[in-house]
Design a protein around this ligand. Structure first.
Ligand code: AMP
Length: 454
């Protein structure tokens, strides 16, 4: 991670925050932190253009904590002082883990709320009031609709990964939520890209915002050894087993287009001696958390995932990304392979490419501006596929449906008239109740967060 010349002690953050930062082992603020923290401390609304991996979470959480400590107010019942909205359950949980770490030396409380788990414990936690609430939009709207939550006394709002919210169809829900937050507030918005719909959202809900943009240290694609293996679709199961044989025990993420595909691939890998789990939107929250923990710890180093389930997974040390099927959207390929080569490391990516995916491969190469070397010779391009390539590109990004195979309707909006994401979004998906995970060493932290999603 690229670091700036500013020191954390230059930023004027509360000592309890500086202690927590030191415990995390952070020595210097990242560029987004060095530039965003002073703006937030000055009370400005902010648009942060930054991707995951730039340290953006701490860029908004640290000054937020400072502001809350300076205010020294009590959290309002059925509500929160600061609200952080995230597109997926995984991301919400990861943000709250960071909030816990950074508030470890304060009396501030935090909680996380997302769909797919029982509402009761969340309502109970909210009733007492929390300082920092991390939530996915759908479930929070449910609580608001049932008058179990209120936002009129909330004075800080962070919208994280706004572009993912857009892709998942959550913008109507976000607009509805933002209208319910008190006018006297500070609003921060983070997004990797600034597309017109996100610009409009900022214009409508942010007041004279400062914009801070950072580019990632170096494009991960430059640090990834990418290969493609040409194969018939029917031969993919066998090709994958061959490909994975020398990779046993290495941390690998395999992407499939569909949930069933993910299950099938994981099963087959297990049959051939690999320790593998599937993660997708039909898995209960418990199963997803267990699979992710086993992947992180190395106990089960192979994770077979769909795009939506994998979004926001922040695991360093992924050796290999396999695209069992190519994604329909070229940008998703870049997201997928970005799972390897994190934190400055180099990584490897292999795509299995069937004849009907050749068009996609071409789009991907064009998007990245690099040709992907073949592990075998490319058969001639099937007739008619080249023509398809052109019409695909004209189709644009949103219409391709990021959540293919995850129940995400192509080009449709998920938010209905109610502004609530329809079933099919990760946020709205069913699942079993789950105990909140903590990133080790917890236990002493007071606060209701441990019960929020039980
Ligand atoms: P994010 O972009 O928020 O997803 O952060 C990416 C990773 O960088 C997380 O694992 C953070 O714990 C880590 N991180 C955040 N800030 C710093 C920093 N100043 N120095 C080193 N690592 C950091």
């Amino acid at each position: 991670m690229r670091l700036s010349l500013t020191r954390f002690t230059d930023l004027g953050l509360n000592d309890s925050i500086l202690s927590a930062i030191a415990e995390q082992g952070y020595e210097t603020p990242t560029p987004i932190q060095a530039r965003a923290i002073p703006q937030v401390l000055a009370g400005r609304d902010l648009i942060g253009l930054a991707q995951t991996g730039t340290g953006k979470t701490a860029a908004f959480v640290l000054p937020l904590i400072h502001q809350l400590l300076a205010e020294n107010k009590q959290a309002p019942g059925r509500s929160c002082r600061a609200l952080i909205l995230a597109p997926t359950r995984e991301l919400a949980a990861q943000i709250e883990e960071q909030v816990r770490a950074y508030t470890a030396h304060t009396r501030l409380t935090s909680a996380v709320i997302f769909g797919g788990v029982k509402a009761g414990p969340q309502i109970k936690t909210l009733a007492r009031g929390v300082d920092i609430l991390v939530a996915t939009p759908g479930r929070l709207l449910d609580h608001l609709g049932e008058r179990k939550a209120r936002l009129d006394l909330t004075s800080f709002v962070v919208l994280d990964e706004a572009d993912q919210m857009l892709d998942l169809g959550f913008i109507p829900a976000i607009r509805k939520l933002l209208r319910l937050v008190g006018k006297e507030r500070q609003t921060l918005m983070f997004s990797a890209t600034m597309v017109p719909a996100i610009r409009q959202l900022a214009d409508d809900f942010l007041s004279n915002p400062e914009t801070v943009a950072v580019t990632p240290p170096s494009k991960p694609v430059e640090r990834i050894d990418q290969k493609v293996l040409y194969t018939e679709a029917a031969d993919k199961p066998e090709a994958l087993i061959d490909l994975m044989a020398p990779e046993a025990g290495k941390r690998t993420i395999i992407f499939t287009r569909t949930k069933h595909g993910a299950d099938r691939v994981a099963k087959r890998l297990v049959k051939y001696g690999h320790k593998a789990n599937a993660i997708h939107g039909d898995k209960s929250q418990n199963q997803r958390t267990r699979a992710l923990d086993a992947f992180k710890s190395g106990e089960s180093p192979v994770l077979v995932a769909t795009d939506i389930a994998a979004r926001g997974i922040d695991v360093d040390g992924v050796d290999l990304v396999v695209n069992y099927e190519l994604p329909n959207v070229a940008e998703n390929y870049v997201h997928r392979i970005g799972r390897t080569a994190r934190a400055g490391a180099t990584g490897r990516a292999v795509a299995l490419c069937a004849p009907d995916e050749r068009v996609m491969l071409k789009d991907i190469e064009k998007t990245m501006g690099v040709a992907i070397a073949g592990l075998n010779d490319a058969p001639p391009m099937p007739k008619g596929e080249a023509a398809k390539s052109k019409s695909r590109r004209r189709g644009g990004r949103r219409g391709q449906g990021q959540g293919q195979g995850e129940g995400a309707p192509s080009g449709q909006k998920r938010g209905g008239a109610s502004g609530k994401p329809r079933q099919g979004g990760e946020d709205a998906r069913g699942g079993k109740p789950q105990r909140n995970r903590r990133s080790g060493g917890g236990g002493q932290r007071r606060g209701p967060s441990a019960t929020a999603a039980e």
